[in-house]
Design a protein around this ligand. Structure first.
Ligand code: IYR
Length: 224
């Protein structure tokens, strides 16, 4: 930013495709993304740190309110920290599955076969813990507002899952609840709140996924 608080404007060079290429690319990308599946059983095969850095940099290209980029991605490979996260998550999940979740919620989850056991939190080579910044602290230590934080961080997570799939890796959008234990274990500052916990890696051999179907275009879109 310059001294009067505005970004200099520079010319934008769009990527350009012919109409036919645009059609093909949109179709191919849909088919590619439609192969993405959430996986709950991971291989312990390592993933290089550089790959994770690239995935995070891709996520961080997401648009955000007033370009605040109100996110922090904590990438955990340390087995001792993963163990701590697993133990804390399983404690909360045990409570949720046994006492906090409604009958309807448990019924809705039954087809997915989930329960309070979360071995993937130790098996997956990386856990990416996404934090949202409720506000920022500037260089002088003042509180600065962030805008549309949930929308912004949700978009960044979408970009992250897309990048993970694009790299031939798999992920699980895990939402232990409540998840303030992540702020403590990872020693994050007060302005950062846990948003999603995403194990990343290769799928376990012969992994199975539920045979779910995605809604048809007519069920998710209305054209005017
Ligand atoms: N957070 C719990 C329960 C859970 C909730 C939803 I909504 C899911 O789509 C899947 C699981 C867990 O991670 O097991």
């Amino acid at each position: 930013m310059d001294s009067n608080g505005t970004f200099p404007f520079i010319s934008y060079t769009p990527v350009k495709y012919s109409e036919e290429e645009t059609l093909n690319r949109s179709q191919d990308f849909f088919h590619y993304m439609n192969r993405r599946r959430t996986v709950r059983a991971f291989s312990d095969k390592p993933v290089p740190k550089q790959v994770i850095e690239n995935l995070i940099m891709t996520a961080s290209t997401a648009p955000s309110g007033a370009h605040k980029q109100p996110w922090t991605f904590c990438a955990v490979a340390d087995p001792a920290i993963k163990k701590q996260i697993r133990e804390a998550a399983e404690k909360e999940e045990h409570e949720s599955y046994h006492r906090r979740m409604s009958e309807e919620w448990l019924r809705d989850l039954a087809p997915l076969g989930t329960d309070w056991h979360k071995p993937f939190l130790e098996i997956a080579p990386w856990l990416i813990v996404v934090f949202k910044k409720a506000y920022e602290i500037d260089v002088e230590g003042n509180r600065r507002k962030c805008y549309y934080v949930n929308e912004s961080v949700g978009l960044a997570c979408g970009f992250l899952l897309t990048a993970i799939h694009n790299a031939g890796l798999v992920s699980l959008t895990h939402t232990p609840s409540p998840m303030n234990f992540l702020q403590k274990i990872l020693n994050r500052p007060e302005n950062e709140r846990p948003f999603l916990l995403i194990p990343v890696g290769y799928p376990a051999d012969e992994v199975k996924v539920p045979d779910l179907k995605r809604k048809k275009l007519e069920e998710v879109a209305v054209f005017y």
